[in-house]
Design a protein around this ligand. Structure first.
Ligand SMILES: Nc1ncnc2c1ncn2[C@@H]1O[C@H](COP(=O)(O)OS(=O)(=O)O)[C@@H](OP(=O)(O)O)[C@H]1O
Length: 547
């Protein structure tokens, strides 16, 4: 009996011990879990989990399984992540180092402001899945797979037209780490304006793409065709981000296999041609930074006028005043047809509709029979804007809403009534800048440069842009190279690479800008220029700009 009793006591003790051990195990697990969460859940902003759209369930799966550290991670399924890990790790390390560096230099106040920003900045989620081969597949289940090197293009020069962008292109093209893209696109891609309207949208309907995300992925795939993706990807295997090794060969374009490649495109019309463009660019390539150069709108307009009459022989018969007059008048009549505005609401006299006889009787001149457009008298003086009640033109004059007359929009939004590109409306910077500021933040993903700085020291501005987009400086100040000849860059370069100066002789014109016209334009642009200061701060006040 005593033996049995003894055995019972031992078995009870073993049970108690086992119970205590289980309790200890559970407790230890809880402690470990808490410790893990503390270290992995409360990282800096870069490590916060990004919420992801549920439309692409593949992507959602990644989001639910993975802590996403950058938008580019969204391009990769877990399987592909394994496959590409070495490159990604490398790039991630660089991004992390850059972020750390930035954090040390950006004042805390600014960092806080950035965190608060609700804009679609570099933390934008991207709907496309990341493919593992360089052949892009448009899959039947409506999901695009694209292989893109992260941050292609590195930056986009968005405008303004006639602000020295070609001179800058010359510098960038000669940077030893800038990928030399195909000639057809080297100068201006026009992907987000012309190609979008004429090709990409048509493809959407041909392929039956209805979901916004499917359209974005398809557009990304098309856009990437403009860049030499294979070369960039191949290069990214060996890239050395940490040391920024650069080629010491100043003869340029003999790219050192070991240094990273960067890409860019310049399309100066992006800034002004359509309010949808900033949104498109942000959605398709959220990692790309944008560069804008602002030039006195009067000089910009005059420069464009000179280019227009040089490029289009038929337009030589029109004076600058003709072009301004007809552009404003066409806008007015278009708007008059659509709304019940009266003539005093536009800064040009309007006699009802666009009637060329009425124009001739009010401003003098002759009828151009070819085009059916009157040429105004050479001594015609632009009126004083003080006679007009509602200057400036309201911002919704740019593109009327979709229910209204589309034919008129097409005719007058992108093109002027004489068949050339619009001139005067391209200088309404404050209206256009507001479109961009909805999606971009100045000094974060949008750098704005004053044209006068570029004119004063082009090379210095070039280096500022390189810093902004995190591209290392070239080893030596570049000299005239074989790359600056017209077959490579195009024939409109007015830039002397040796002296880093605009060639004055090429800037002369047989059609000087009349003082009265400059006065009219100065009055015309004043309210918009004043708006700029409100948007960009005192650095851009009219006193300082001297516009
Ligand atoms: N380095 C430098 N700095 C400042 N400005 C320069 C420079 N090089 C050229 N230019 C002048 O820029 C005008 C042409 O601008 P873009 O090249 O942007 O024209 S375009 O939009 O690509 O057609 C054109 O202006 P205008 O001479 O007033 O017509 C060029 O002379």
């Amino acid at each position: 009996m005593a033996v049995i009793k003894g055995m019972n006591v031992v078995s009870m003790s073993i049970k108690k011990l086992a119970f205590i051990l289980v309790l200890i195990a559970i407790f230890t697990n809880i402690i470990l879990l808490l410790f893990y969460n503390h270290h992995h859940g409360d990282g800096d902003d870069a490590n916060d989990v990004i919420s992801v759209s549920t439309i692409d369930d593949g992507i959602s799966k990644i989001a639910s399984e993975t802590v996403i550290t950058s938008p580019s991670d969204l391009f990769r399924t877990s399987k592909q992540k394994q496959h590409k890990r070495p490159i990604r790790n490398h790039i991630m390390t660089m991004e992390h180092q850059q972020k750390q560096k930035q954090k040390q230099t950006i004042p805390q106040q600014k960092q806080k402001q950035r965190r608060k920003s609700t804009k679609t900045s570099s933390s934008t989620t991207h709907p496309c899945s990341y493919g593992s081969s360089s052949s892009n597949i448009y899959s039947e289940n409506n999901r695009t797979k694209v292989t893109i090197p992260i941050k292609t293009p590195t930056f986009i020069l968005i405008g303004v037209q006639k602000s020295g962008t070609t001179a800058l292109l010359t510098h960038f093209s000669n940077h030893p780490q800038m990928l030399q893209t195909k000639r057809k696109f080297r100068r201006e891609a026009h992907f987000f304006d012309t190609s979008w309207q004429t090709k990409v949208v048509k493809e959407f309907s041909k392929l039956g793409l209805k979901q916004a995300n499917d359209k974005h992925c398809f557009a990304l795939e098309q856009y990437m065709k403009l860049f030499e993706i294979d070369t960039i990807l191949a290069n990214s295997e060996t890239l050395d981000h940490t040391t920024h090794t650069t080629n010491t060969n100043t003869n340029t374009n003999h790219h050192d296999e070991k240094s990273p490649l960067y890409t860019f495109e310049k399309t100066p019309s992006y800034f002004s041609s359509n309010p949808e463009i900033p949104k498109r660019i942000k959605q398709i390539v959220p990692w790309s930074k944008t560069i804008l150069i602002l030039r006195n709108p009067i000089d910009r307009l005059y420069s464009q006028y000179k280019m227009t009459i040089k490029d289009v022989y038929n337009l030589r018969k029109y004076s600058l005043e003709d072009m301004i007059y007809h552009e404003l008048k066409a806008m007015g009549t278009t708007q008059l047809n659509m709304t019940s505005l009266n003539e005093n609401q536009l800064p040009i006299p309007i006699n009802g509709t666009y009637d060329s006889n009425a124009i001739l009787s009010s401003v003098g001149g002759e009828q151009d029979l070819d085009a059916g457009i009157p040429i105004i008298a050479s001594d015609y003086k632009m009126p004083s804007l003080l006679n007009f009640q509602n200057h400036p033109i309201p911002s919704n004059y740019w593109i009327p809403n979709k229910q209204q007359n589309n034919a008129a929009i097409n005719k007058y939004s992108d093109k002027g009534p004489l068949g050339h590109q619009i001139l005067i409306r391209k200088g309404l910077y404050s209206i256009q800048l507001k479109w961009w500021l909805k999606h971009y933040t100045v000094d974060d993903d949008l750098l704005i440069i004053n044209y006068d700085d570029l004119l004063h020291d082009t090379y210095d501005v070039y280096l500022r842009i390189l810093d902004f987009v995190n591209i290392p400086h070239p080893p030596n100040k570049l000299q005239n190279s074989s790359n600056t000849n017209s077959s490579n860059i195009g024939d409109t370069i007015n830039y002397d690479m040796n002296n880093h100066k605009v060639r004055e002789d090429q800037r002369k014109s047989d059609r000087p800008l009349k003082n009265e016209t400059r006065r009219y334009l100065s009055e015309f642009y004043k309210p918009y220029n004043m708006e700029l200061e409100k948007l960009l701060g005192p650095k851009w006040s009219l006193d300082k700009l001297n516009w």
